[in-house]
Design a protein around this ligand. Structure first.
Ligand code: NI
Length: 177
């Protein structure tokens, strides 16, 4: 079932999500709904905060916008960055800040520890787009959005631009309903 995407500056995007302790049907339904919602919006990653659920769950599919969609799905529950290296500056966007893109500095390499939907622990090493997506989504679980990673001046400029984009987005949403 597709869920509504929460749009910045909603409070749920600024709050810390809670650890998942029970790996039950509710968590599996959440994961399925998050993939469906992400594909509908053409995103490559989504955190549970973005559908209004404060649980430490993220989904990623780098092939979201290609014919390989669904073949390499990543689900990370209670993810944690255990090591990181290097620095890369690249443009980023977010389904919760529709239309806004900014260059953000991230680690070039990350090693992440997480659990799967069964609760089994695993580790994942990543570079490139996957490393960026992991850092972006794990930030969401900690109540951080990508513009929070900008300098104060850059963030202020981004927010000015975003206010205009948001009004446009809301007008378009209203037309569709
Ligand atoms: Ni995002």
């Amino acid at each position: 079932m597709e869920r509504d995407i929460v749009i910045y500056p909603a409070d749920v995007l600024k709050e810390k999500a809670e650890e998942v302790e029970e790996f039950n049907q509710e968590v599996r339904d959440l994961v399925n709904d998050m993939f469906e919602t992400m594909y509908k919006r053409g995103g490559v990653g989504l955190a549970a905060n973005q559908v209004g659920v404060l649980k430490r769950v993220i989904v990623i599919d780098l092939h979201s916008r290609t014919e390989k969609q669904g073949k390499e799905q990543l689900v990370l529950i209670n993810p944690e960055i255990i090591s990181q290296e290097g620095e890369v500056v690249k443009e980023e966007g977010c389904l919760s800040l529709p239309g806004l893109y900014r260059k953000v500095k991230r680690a070039a390499y990350v090693k992440v520890k997480a659990q799967n939907v069964e609760g089994e622990e695993f580790e994942l090493e990543a570079e490139g787009l996957l490393a960026r997506a992991l850092q972006h989504e794990i930030d969401h679980l900690n109540g951080i959005v990508f513009i929070d990673r900008l300098s104060p001046i850059q963030k202020r400029l981004a927010l000015e631009k975003y206010r205009k984009l948001k009004r446009k987005y809301e007008r378009e949403l209203a037309k569709k309903r």
